[in-house]
Write a protein that binds this ligand. Structure first.
Ligand code: OOG
Ligand code: MG
Length: 254
């Protein structure tokens, strides 16, 4: 087995069994392209188990997240059907190691979108936008990683919850939001924290996904990235995001 499939298997099994592993590249020696190849190979193992590819997630698109995790490069990961959590529904905590949650905005595409596009071209391909929550659960011990570690680990993605879809023609570039745990607002922010406007995250997703030979497809979801720092979550927590005009999304940690 070569290094790529070896690390892909390690990370996929860590996620599947909810058992954290040591960092694979603590000193950041691995080429970034190899880290993305590991990510791709680990997602292929999920697809081989019957999950479907449903979109892309962006990471470190806000300063708050970059500062929290000490990484200042934009990264992306692959979303599969197994990561989708029903809005309002219970989430089995046993599938996580040390989960965190962050408030995001999600796009669903009505048309394929690829390459170097303008914000206007990207917007024309968006069918709808929605408030969303992402559950991240790094496969590395103590949630510690280098840039290449987290890229190989599919940008820590573990679950995502999407609220009601809205018409994207009303500007969503500066919508106030709160993230609540057990009825208490634990983070307050705005969609403007995501690269100044979340559409910029979609533009980057179109470029990066096409560059990897996997252009964004009609029907795919794109998660724009956390607007605030992430918060730890535990069994029993009730978690929600409330976004100005777009409404709310929630889940319950069982
Ligand atoms: C990496 C994932 C970053 C975001 O929205 O910025 C991310 C991590 O923080 O573990 O999902
Ligand atoms: Mg995120």
């Amino acid at each position: 087995m070569n290094r790529i499939s070896e690390f892909a298997t390690l990370l996929d099994e860590a996620a599947r069994d909810a058992r954290p592993v040591a960092q694979i590249d603590p000193d950041g020696r691995l080429p970034l392209a190899e880290a993305y190849a590991i990510q791709k190979a680990s997602i292929e193992r999920r697809l081989a188990r019957g999950e479907r590819r449903v979109g892309v997630k962006m990471g470190f698109t806000s300063r708050a997240k970059m500062v929290q995790m000490g990484i200042s490069d934009l990264i992306w990961g692959r979303l599969t059907s197994g990561m989708r959590i029903e809005e309002g529904g219970p989430v089995d905590t046993g599938r996580f190691m040390h989960p965190r949650v962050e408030p995001e905005i999600a796009f669903v595409l009505g048309k394929p979108l690829a390459g170097d596009v303008s914000a206007a071209e990207a917007l024309a391909c968006v069918e709808a936008v929605a408030p969303a929550l992402e559950i991240i659960d790094s496969r590395y011990r103590d949630f510690k990683f280098s840039l290449t570690d987290v890229v190989a680990d599919n940008a820590s993605s573990s679950g995502f919850v999407i609220g009601p879809w809205s018409d994207p023609r009303h500007d969503f570039g500066n919508l106030g939001l709160t993230m609540n745990i057990d009825g208490r607002a634990v983070q307050v922010g705005s969609t403007a924290a995501i690269l100044g406007h979340p559409l910029r995250s979609l533009v980057a997703a179109a470029r990066l996904a096409a560059g990897a030979g996997e252009p964004l497809q009609a029907g795919w979801v794109v998660m724009a990235g956390g607007a605030t720092p992430a918060e730890w979550i535990r069994p029993g927590n009730s978690v929600s995001i409330e976004m100005e005009r777009l409404g709310s999304a929630a889940f319950q940690m069982q």
